[in-house]
Ligand binder design. Structure first.
Ligand code: ADP
Ligand code: MG
Length: 264
């Protein structure tokens, strides 16, 4: 499989902390790549560099044949690269529907302010956008909350809305930072099923996730980070058996097998 995204020598320093060091990573087009590692190993910082939320200190990021190093996130959404956050972000005072409309509108020239003021240009395509937003809310099982303020939603429901807000931008690559963390088993199954279905439809995923059962069942390739560096990578079953991974990730005695819990 060819790569949709690669990093070469990616580094990010925060005042003496080497959060990411010389990382060469590759995400296969059409696949589900897992990015795992202990807390503080640099997973979120790597994703921040890839998706334009922080500028790498050095190194190169290429996406879909383009050098995107240091490109801002809004530009990347326009070429099909979007993400969700470890601490899920929604506009709490806006309705669930408007959260999706803002995401869709962020790709357009007029931005979100005219949208909120309902300018003429926005009104023209509003109906079509609303219909599309509703169809994505139906897909993630949140259509019945379309008119509700996003602030009333549970953490897991916010994650579903955040995923729908990614989908409305028609991405090619979605980067998910801990999509299953802190959500109940029903929503874990829902999100896992959605990832599988969307991937079958051709969407590529890069997923940071601690849920080992999810990684083993759904990822075709796993990259392991430790202390800012790539420790190893490979098929999930090989990575699981790798002594260095067991040692770095959980400690030898525990082993990766015993850690996956909430996913059924
Ligand atoms: N904005 C920041 N400022 C300073 N240090 C940071 C910042 N973001 C991350 N770090 C540090 O970089 C390292 C990697 O963090 P992070 O990428 O969040 O790891 P992970 O997502 O694997 O848990 C940690 O030591 C963390 O404290
Ligand atoms: Mg993180």
């Amino acid at each position: 499989m060819t790569a949709i995204l690669t990093t070469h020598g990616l580094c990010k320093n925060y005042r003496g902390i080497k959060a990411v060091q010389d990382a060469d990573l590759s995400v296969a087009r059409g696949g589900i790549t897992g990015l795992i590692g202990p807390n503080g190993s640099g997973k979120s910082t790597t994703i921040d560099c890839i998706t334009g939320f922080t500028r790498p200190s050095s190194g190169k990021v290429s996406y879909d044949g383009q050098d995107i190093t240091g490109s801002p996130s809004y530009g990347l959404a326009g070429i099909g690269l979007v993400r969700t956050f470890q601490n899920v972000r929604v506009y709490e005072r806006l309705s669930v529907m408007d959260n999706l409309i803002v995401a869709s509108q962020s790709l357009r020239a007029h931005g979100w302010l005219p949208l909120m003021l309902r300018s003429t240009a926005v009104k023209a395509d509003e109906k079509a956008i609303m219909q599309e937003a509703l169809s994505f809310l139906e897909l993630v099982g949140m259509a019945h909350y379309a008119g509700a303020p996003a602030g009333i939603l549970s953490y897991g429901q916010r994650k579903l809305v955040a995923l729908a807000a990614c989908l409305i931008t028609h991405p090619k690559l979605i980067v998910l930072d801990e999509p299953l963390a802190g959500v109940n088993p029903t929503i874990i199954r829902k999100i896992s099923g959605l990832i599988e279905t969307l991937n079958e439809q051709g969407l590529t995923f890069l997923i940071v996730e601690h849920n080992v059962d999810f990684i083993m069942r759904h990822c075709d390739h796993v990259i392991v980070m430790e202390q800012g560096k790539k420790l190893t990578e490979g098929k999930p079953e090989d990575v699981r058996r790798d002594e260095r991974v067991l040692e770095a990730y959980l400690g030898k005695r525990v082993g990766l097998e015993t850690k996956g819990t909430a996913y059924a």
